[in-house]
Design a protein around this ligand. Structure first.
Ligand code: F3S
Length: 670
């Protein structure tokens, strides 16, 4: 035996979507539908068991219990009802069928454009009442073209139909209007779901021995299906529920066809199939001709949008106050100006016509327009990118916008913070140097809800440093002269980057002369030439020298400072045993305490102080030991000697007494 289920049997896409939305929403909050969600008592009972109850219009006079939701069924309602529900605190879940939604929008637009709207349909049907409400209750509702015979119509009309109306009836109406009026705008709103279901049932009925039509006895569309099948002289039975199945019907049947009305859920169809299987000893082959409703071209064009969805759209129009976006599904959404950017801007600076953009669905406004946010979608996209960058370690570039306590603020689309310790590989005393600069960084942390990120430039620099370190180590040799950059100054010296690796330039290697502070010689950022003194590959340390590139002053000290030469120098240090006098950078001579004066000196500072410039006589020069001994006392002795000799000379000259006689005289006196 073979069982074939007809295409389009059961729920149409609009009803299926409404039931699905109700079940999905139930996970978040209690829910009631405004009117029965579906015309099938078994499905209604199932939904009630789940907690989805239907409420009638009395909901409109009630205020929602906190967190309760109301579901607008596939027929849709007018904008006033949605506004009223929202005012009363209900969370509105709009399950209006996209076909109905489209009809509502077309009717509303036609009214705005100045047309008298005419609706073909049943004026008591909820869908038609809702449609009319979108025309501010101005639309004329007719059951056929004949209803218009006695009505005086304006010259401009727009005509549409209830979605389930018959095409032929609508065409008659259109022809009538076109015959009597100058301008008739024809709006195509008839849904083909019913016709497709009927056509599929008709085709299947010609191929089977038995047709089972599942659906409510009082449902007109189910009855219509039954009529179609019977008219083809095929054995047909209408069943409302599975218990009505009679196994006798199945006897001697090879192929059984099944179709179902628009309100019949898939689970009832499945139950019927199970009964057939149970009542057949042979294996039953099941063929589902029912196609996925979403593969229907028409339906593909109609989409539903939920708040929070981020979707793609194309900018179709830019006004001073809003941007219109084609979001597919024959729908246009509106981005109000305040949803375009975080500050008020000219919309044309942000988007251009024809541009494809991402937008987030916010809600539906009172006119039924889908309200979109560009700025929120941008943020979401941005957060996704940052999240991805965080995971992958990708480097991102952003400008520094502010220096704050403890770090730097960067603009990565959201607030980015770079802690001071993450700015560079080395400590940076003054972060102001980075203001307005572009930094390359890695994302360390991302707070999506707080829209904040913590970033690190140091991580990028460290990674690059480690990468080139190996290559540079290979090239380095002791005695090599390299160009370097002073990165950091410490009390004991300076760290110099010599091509990706830092070496230490100790203060003692900065100059031949005495240096008390490295900053006297170099400053951070200075480009200098250094010589590599020592490489320690195990400890990964490099010692550098600056003075190694300057001529050693001791090399010609013996010629420059012979014994007996009077030199001028500056006292650079005093000690209990004497004073150090710098005669040139790199050569300090020692004037021993005993060499400071002809008189006895008990404290060096009685005679000399640091910084004082003095003359001294070289009394010893040992370039090997780098020792230069100076004497101040000997200068005094020399002066006295010269003065005495001058005195003797003058006496001899004036008195005629010989120097020998004078000396003898002095010796006697002494
Ligand atoms: Fe169903 Fe929507 Fe058509 S509810 S019948 S798909 S108009």
């Amino acid at each position: 035996m073979k069982v074939i289920i007809a295409e389009y049997a059961g729920f149409c896409s609009g009803v299926k979507r409404a039931v699905q939305l109700a079940e999905d929403s139930l996970e978040k909050q209690p829910i009631r539908s405004l009117g029965p969600l579906i015309h099938n008592s078994q499905e209604i009972a199932r939904l009630q068991r789940l907690g989805i109850h239907s409420g009638d219009e009395e909901i409109l006079s009630q205020t929602s219990e906190k967190g309760e939701a109301v579901l607008i069924r596939s027929h849709g309602v007018g904008p006033q009802i949605i506004a009223e529900l929202k005012d009363r605190g209900w969370h509105v879940i709009d399950a209006t069928c996209p076909y109905v939604k489209k009809a509502q929008k077309l009717a509303q637009e036609a009214l705005k454009e100045g047309y008298q709207v005419i609706i073909l349909g049943n004026k008591e049907h909820a869908e038609v009442k809702g449609l009319r409400a979108w025309t501010k209750d101005t639309a004329i509702v007719v059951a056929s073209w004949e209803d218009l015979k006695d009505i005086n119509l304006p010259p401009k009309v727009a005509v549409l139909a209830q979605t389930t109306e018959k095409e032929a009836k609508f065409n008659e109406l259109v022809s009538y209007l076109q015959g009597i009026l100058d301008e008739v705008k024809v709006l195509k709103t008839i849904c083909t779901a019913t016709q497709q279901r009927q056509k599929a049932a008709q085709e299947l009925a010609t191929k089977v021995d038995l047709m089972l039509i599942i659906g409510g006895r009082h449902s007109s569309n189910t009855n219509k299906l039954w009529q179609i099948c019977k008219s083809l002289n095929v054995n047909s039975h209408l069943i409302e529920e599975v218990g009505e199945m009679n196994p006798e019907w199945l006897k001697n049947k090879e192929i059984i066809g099944i179709t179902a009305g628009a309100s019949t859920p898939a689970w009832i169809i499945k139950e019927v199939v199970m009964i057939i299987e149970e009542n057949n000893e042979k294996e039953v082959g099941i063929i589902e001709e029912q196609i996925d409703v979403n593969s229907n071209d028409d339906l593909l064009e109609l989409k539903s949008f939920n708040p929070g969805d981020v979707i793609k759209g194309k900018v179709v129009k830019i006004n001073a106050e809003e941007v219109l976006v084609d979001i597919g599904g024959k729908s246009e959404g509106i981005i109000p100006l305040e949803e375009l950017a975080y500050k008020r801007v000219d919309p044309k600076e942000i988007v251009s016509e024809g541009q494809e953009i991402s937008v987030e669905v916010l809600n539906e406004d009172k006119d039924g327009n889908i309200v979109l946010s560009y700025k929120k979608a941008q943020i979401e996209e941005l957060l996704d990118k940052l999240e991805q960058a965080k995971e992958s370690g990708e480097i991102i570039t952003a400008p520094v916008i502010e220096i704050v306590k403890g770090g730097i603020l960067v603009d990565v689309g959201i607030r980015g913070f770079v802690p001071a310790s993450q700015v560079d590989r080395n400590f940076v005393a003054d972060l102001n140097q980075y203001l307005n600069q572009e930094l390359r960084m890695k994302v360390l942390e991302l707070d999506r809800s707080g829209r904040k990120a913590v970033l690190s430039q140091r991580a990028v620099l460290e990674e690059e440093y480690q990468k080139i370190k190996g290559e540079v180590w290979e090239q380095l040799k002791e005695g090599q002269v390299r160009q370097g950059k002073v990165m950091r100054i410490a009390t004991f010296g300076a760290f110099v980057d010599i091509g990706g690796i830092d070496g230490l330039l100790h203060v003692s290697e900065m100059a031949w002369g005495h240096i008390s502070n490295p900053a006297e010689v170099v400053a951070e950022g200075d480009e200098i030439e250094v010589i590599i003194l020592k490489i320690d590959p195990i400890k990964q340390k490099i010692s550098l020298s600056l003075k190694g590139l300057i001529k050693n002053p001791w090399e010609n000290a013996i010629e420059k400072y012979p014994i007996g030469k009077i030199v001028t120098g500056r006292v650079v240090r005093v000690a209990p045993f004497g004073a150090f006098i710098e005669v040139e950078p790199g050569i300090d001579g020692l004037a021993h305490i005993s060499q400071l004066s002809q008189n006895r000196v008990s404290n060096v500072e009685e005679v000399l102080s640091v910084g004082q410039t003095v003359e001294a006589k070289v009394i010893e020069n040992d370039p090997v030991k780098k020792r230069l001994s100076l004497s101040l006392k000997e200068i005094a002795t020399d002066i006295e000697k010269v003065e005495y000799e001058n005195y003797l000379g003058k006496r001899e000259e004036s008195s005629g007494v010989t120097i020998g006689e004078i000396l003898k005289e002095i010796g006697q006196k002494l």
